[in-house]
Write a protein that binds this ligand. Sequence first.
Ligand code: ZN
Length: 112
Amino acid sequence: MSELQNAGWIFDSGYNPTKSSFVKVNAIIKEVATGEVVVLETSCLWDVEEQRPNDFSWEGGNESCDCNRRHYFLAAKGLPRDDEVDCSEGKYLVNLQNPVTGQIFYRETEDA
Ligand SMILES: [Zn+2]
């Protein structure tokens, strides 16, 4: 898969901001109970209208749930999946960052 960096973002499939595509983002995930912070390299769908990554799934979709966030937290540490986790909210807080510029474009916590 080719990577082209443009407009301050890395697009997975070549730069075309008028087309639906994925851009690379860093998910900075804080485990509230321990204060431990990890960084997961992942991607978000590009929002053509807003000209920024779509953060809906982190705000209110699948990736807002602690069960998935725990999976990502463990994956970022190279640890196997924990399937015993219940669904909840608030055990993991996430900031989303542009890996090129360092800009936080979605923020849930000030201290990560
Ligand atoms: Zn869940």
